[in-house]
Design a protein around this ligand. Structure first.
Ligand code: 6R9
Length: 588
């Protein structure tokens, strides 16, 4: 563990003191900001939620559209190919109402599903806000989804409709396309439309600009999103309207959103990060959500930060690494003076990346941890706390985290175990789509949510992520270690850019794992037997004697998900010749 600290920014942060806030914090204090709040209306106070009528649109888009001081403020700025489209809160409300009108005209009712299969574009956000308005469940899907990925999502959600593009509609099998009531195409031309297909360009604009949000119970589904792939079928995670409380609090404290913030969450809207912090959370705060529709290039990313005066940027270690590899001199060519807060999610923000951003963009990135199932950021480096490099930070006020052993027993500081969160909090998923058995397996009898992540907590309450529990490795004796520990040592070697360590199973007669490492090299280094030997020797000198890496393989790229998560299981499956080596939810 690194002992260095990056000092907190207490004075300018929204949350001034973590220590003073935690003991007195109650979610109800946040709920009070919503129009639905009343002594009998708080979701926590009614066991069946039946008396709570609310809609996230009333508290986000509509609230600001009806505020004379805020209605003209930008709600959404979208840039693609140099073209910029800007929508104020007032304009966003009209779009949302018109799209809600269109969906209603096509027979959509609360509880129906709309699959949105589009690359980033304003229509995703119009559809998202229209679905929320009428209680239709918004189901975003990556436009780069494979035929197979799409098929399992379509089969399991049985949507009333799909919103997509003529090119992408080709990915939907003829059999499924026929079963769906409506396939909406955002653009033409679409030669040979089937009877259930319609090009909707220009149609929402014909609809009335007013559409009262449907008042729903707090646990009414808002969106359904599939988690990153594993060897098992993906999980459809359900999130609800009442999560607005957690979205608002986390955006304010972790992303440090202030009234004049321009927030850029550079995640695809089909990833939970893009859905929550790319749209709903900034809209609840009444600030500008910026969306970049172009694919990543380092120059475009710096240009975006400069041109759109991004003040808060929520990104990933993958993007940071790509920027770092594009060169140290590039950031100095841009005016990044508007940028005041950088946050990261999805994969380990290793100290090398953290310091690089601090040195070259003047803002130290704050790592945040959460998962599709948790709905909101749960553990984070808050601006008011010192950053400990390598740590994912501390649980948000209102959230309790612990490290448990395999029997659910709490482990002392600095022990490796499963990261668990105490239920409930406003963000926690209410269910997995049509899979209650799997949903129940997340919870212990005494009310802890098991994350499946391996972590440890230090004496000061900072958490350190060490990988997924199915990635754990067996060293000598009963010792179990996370692969991340070894990968970090590998990355200290000057030639190594990234590393992944897997176990190929037990070594015959020894009970310890046969460990194999896969590495990519930094620019300027060439793969060679000599370098391989040198790295092995380096590892010997830097790892405990009972941890032995038997093989090191050079790769040009490590397999990762679209959101940049390392897929050790793909390497493992390829190595062992078992299923799972295929590219479920993989980036390329
Ligand atoms: C938001 C999101 C969740 C999994 C999670 C964990 C990994 C997330 C991380 C991190 C290291 C961080 N993860 N944040 N690992 N450091 N700061 O990523 O949701 O796509 O469901 O993934 O991502 O393993 O369990 P999702």
């Amino acid at each position: 563990m690194i002992r260095a600290r990056i000092p907190a920014r207490k004075n300018s942060a929204n949350l001034k003191s973590y220590e003073k806030t935690c003991p007195y914090f109650s979610w109800e204090d946040i709920e009070k900001e919503f129009s639905w709040y009343g002594p009998d209306h708080s979701p926590d106070h009614s066991p069946d939620h039946s008396s709570n009528r609310m809609n996230i649109m009333t508290e986000s888009i509509d609230r600001w559209a009806e505020d004379p001081d805020r209605c003209a403020h930008d709600a959404l700025v979208f840039s693609k190919g140099g073209q910029v489209q800007t929508y104020s809160y007032q304009q966003m409300k009209i779009k949302s109402c018109q799209w809600a009108g269109l969906l209603t005209e096509y027979g959509f009712n609360a509880g129906d599903r709309l699959i949105v299969l589009l690359p980033p574009c304003p229509e995703i956000f119009f559809a998202m806000s229209a679905c929320a308005r009428i209680g239709v469940i918004f189901c975003p899907v990556f436009s780069s989804s494979s035929f197979y990925e799409l098929e399992i999502r379509l089969e399991s959600t049985s949507p009333r409709g799909i919103l997509t593009l003529p090119d992408l509609v080709e990915k939907i099998s003829y059999e499924f396309a026929g079963q769906i009531s409506h396939i909406f195409l955002t653009q033409g031309p679409a030669p040979g439309l089937f009877p259930n297909e319609v090009v909707i360009a220009g149609m929402p604009e014909q609809m009335p600009p007013e559409f009262e949000p449907e008042m729903l119970s707090g646990d009414a589904p808002l969106y359904l999103i599939y988690t990153s792939g594993s060897t098992r079928p993906p999980k459809g995670v359900i999130h609800t309207h009442q999560e607005m409380t957690g979205m608002l609090a986390s955006a304010r404290w972790v992303l440090d959103v202030k009234p004049n913030t321009v927030l850029w969450t550079d995640a695809d809207p089909a990833w939970v990060t893009g859905t929550v912090y790319g749209a709903f959370a900034p809209w609840l705060c009444g600030v500008t959500a910026f969306v970049q529709g172009d694919p990543f290039t380092a120059a475009n990313w710096y240009w975006t930060l400069e041109k759109f005066k991004i003040s808060v940027w929520y990104t990933t270690p993958k993007i940071i690494r790509d920027l770092m590899e594009a060169g140290d001199d590039l950031p100095s060519r841009y005016d990044l003076s508007a940028l005041r807060h950088v946050t990261s999610v999805g994969a380990p923000l290793i100290p090398e990346l953290l310091y690089w951003v601090g040195d070259h963009l003047r803002c130290y990135p704050h790592d945040t941890w959460w998962m599709t199932e948790t709905g909101i950021i749960c553990i984070a480096n808050l601006a008011c706390n010192d950053i400990k490099p390598g740590s994912i930070g501390k649980p948000l006020p209102g959230i309790k985290a612990a490290i448990l052993d395999e029997n659910g027993k709490h482990l002392p500081a600095l022990s490796l175990g499963e990261l668990a969160l105490k239920c409930p909090w406003p963000g926690l998923t209410v269910g997995l789509w049509q899979d209650n058995d799997r949903f129940q397996r997340y919870f212990t009898d005494d009310g802890w949510f098991l994350t499946g992540d391996i972590a440890l907590e230090d004496e000061e309450g900072y958490f350190y992520h060490q990988g997924r529990n199915d990635d754990l490795l067996k060293a000598g004796g009963d010792k179990v270690i996370g692969p991340f520990e070894i990968e970090q040592v590998l990355c200290v070697h000057p030639a190594v850019a990234e590393a992944a360590v897997i176990s190929k199973g037990s070594e015959p007669g020894k009970g310890i794992s046969y460990l194999k490492a896969f590495i990519t090299l930094k620019k300027g280094y060439i793969q060679s037997t000599r370098l391989n030997y040198e790295i092995k020797t380096f590892l010997k000198g830097n790892l405990a004697p009972d941890i032995v890496i038997r093989e090191i393989i050079f790769l040009d790229k490590l397999p990762k998900t679209r959101s940049g998560k390392l897929l050790r299981r793909v390497l493992r499956a390829r190595e062992l010749g078992i299923p799972g080596g295929e590219s479920l939810n993989m980036q390329d």
